[in-house]
Design a protein around this ligand. Structure first.
Ligand code: ZN
Length: 196
């Protein structure tokens, strides 16, 4: 992890509960351990049911932003308010099969919209090309939000598609496998930047 720190803007931590997604990863204790070894922003992507219950724990562990799934929220506004009150940035995300229209009304309440370009739960999946249209649609609507909303994309991102997702309007590329399995991690990141 430390080896990539000089050439990335932050760390995206995938939190999985084995219920909302079929896999289990880690919780606040590991986030806290990561917090101790980097000063870069930590983005906690909560792929968990009842995320509101854990906002305080992840913030206390060192999360700079907390991203929650629209599919898990009964009262989105309350959860966004809780994240904001904790001091973290507010991120909203949605699975590939969830209509993007479900997220658009919340743009004025969030700082970041994360578009999943694979079904969440496992690394190493292929990028779903339909995601590009979802990024374009979100980018077309964000100007109406009245606040700066970053668009990020997560899943199957690498040098081969970076140019297309950036052109579609993505501000933040979340990459795991394509960096950590690359023979030269710096070169993998630089290749994605060149995509711009
Ligand atoms: Zn993620």
């Amino acid at each position: 992890m430390r080896d990539v720190e000089p050439f990335v803007e932050g760390f995206h931590l995938d939190i999985m509960d084995g219920v909302f997604v079929p896999n289990i990863s880690y919780g606040p204790v590991v986030v806290e351990a990561v917090r101790r070894v980097t000063s870069l922003p930590l983005h906690c992507h909560l792929m968990i049911t009842s995320p509101a219950k854990y906002v305080a724990a992840f913030r206390a562990a060192g999360a700079d932003s907390i991203l929650v799934h629209i599919e898990t929220l009964e009262s989105p506004e309350e959860v966004f308010a809780a994240i904001r009150a904790s001091g973290a940035s507010v991120g909203l995300t949605l699975n590939p099969e969830t209509p993007i229209q479900r997220a658009l009304p919340w743009l004025p309440s969030i700082d970041e919209l994360l578009i999943m370009s694979v079904h969440p739960g496992f690394g190493g999946q292929a990028f779903q090309p339909e995601s590009l249209e979802r990024v374009r649609l979100a980018a077309a609507h964000r100007d109406r939000a009245g606040r700066p909303v970053r668009i990020s994309i997560d899943g199957g991102i690498g040098p081969e598609n970076a140019r297309r997702v950036i052109a579609a309007g993505a501000d933040i590329l979340v990459a795991g496998t394509s960096v950590f399995r690359a023979p030269n991690r710096r070169e993998a990141v630089e290749a994605m930047r060149r995509g711009a």
